[in-house]
Write a protein that binds this ligand. Sequence first.
Ligand SMILES: N[C@@H](CCC(=O)N[C@@H](CS)C(=O)NCC(=O)O)C(=O)O
Length: 290
Amino acid sequence: MTYELFSGEPAYSSWSLRAWLLFNRFDLQVRTTWVDFLDNSVAAQMAAHPPARTVPALRLPDGTIVWDSLALAEELASRHPEAGFWPSNSAARAVARSLAAEMHCSFSALRNDCPMNLCVAYRDTPASDGLRADIDRIEDLWAHARAKFGAEGPWLCGSYSIADAFFAPVAARIAGYGLAISEASSTYVDAHLNDLAFRRWRALAVARGVVLPWYSRDYPRTEWPGPATRPARAVSNGPSVNAVCPFSGKPVTHFAEVDGQTIGFCNPTCRDKVVADADAWPQLQTINQI
Ligand SMILES: N[C@@H](CCC(=O)N[C@@H](CS)C(=O)NCC(=O)O)C(=O)O
């Protein structure tokens, strides 16, 4: 029995993104159960796991439910002290904790005006005073952390930490709505868009293709501002260059053409997440020529 993460729809569930990134980024085994955002209330779907009413929620191996993303992050950090969820430097850790806590309970204008939607990108988003104030505060926080602890790499407090996972959906919103920010902040946003764990989550969102119109905004649309993806498409037939699925090791039944090469998978989900972003999946490196 391992961890079970109850997650919302990946294109839209910014709270779930943070929890999922923690598992993916820090290499912990987890079974993800997707909670439907379309047909039934989240609370009803979580009724079998009290007292959770929202996602993400985590079922620990002993059956205990953790139902808040900050608590979930803290619990993982306590259970896996060797994993580096928080910076080891005590000053950096104190700042990282403050960043995660402020992100957790703030920025309501950004959340309301710019709901996360990883399947579309907008330009010319109007900035209300509240939204501008949120962005200013976010940029101050990022600049503070990066000036103190960020010299060695792209992240806020040294190595990627819970603070970065918590700001990933903020970066996705800033990028997805084309909000004006400084060059230094853009560099930090780009680090998230290029992060392979973030790209895997977004590939899942694109592959699932669930469209929830109430998250949509009436602004002009543009291309997703993240890195270019390889040309890829689902195809009906093999043969494929591989006999077994790069994810499961099972015999291949579904196929995709990636850069002109046919690759096989054991189910449509494995195929479609690769079609969405082939370079995000290290499992494909096991196949020659990819
Ligand atoms: N404090 C919670 C908030 C989680 C939350 O609001 N999740 C949203 C999805 S992104 C949700 O489950 N909404 C469903 C609802 O409120 O009914 C946390 O940090 O995990």
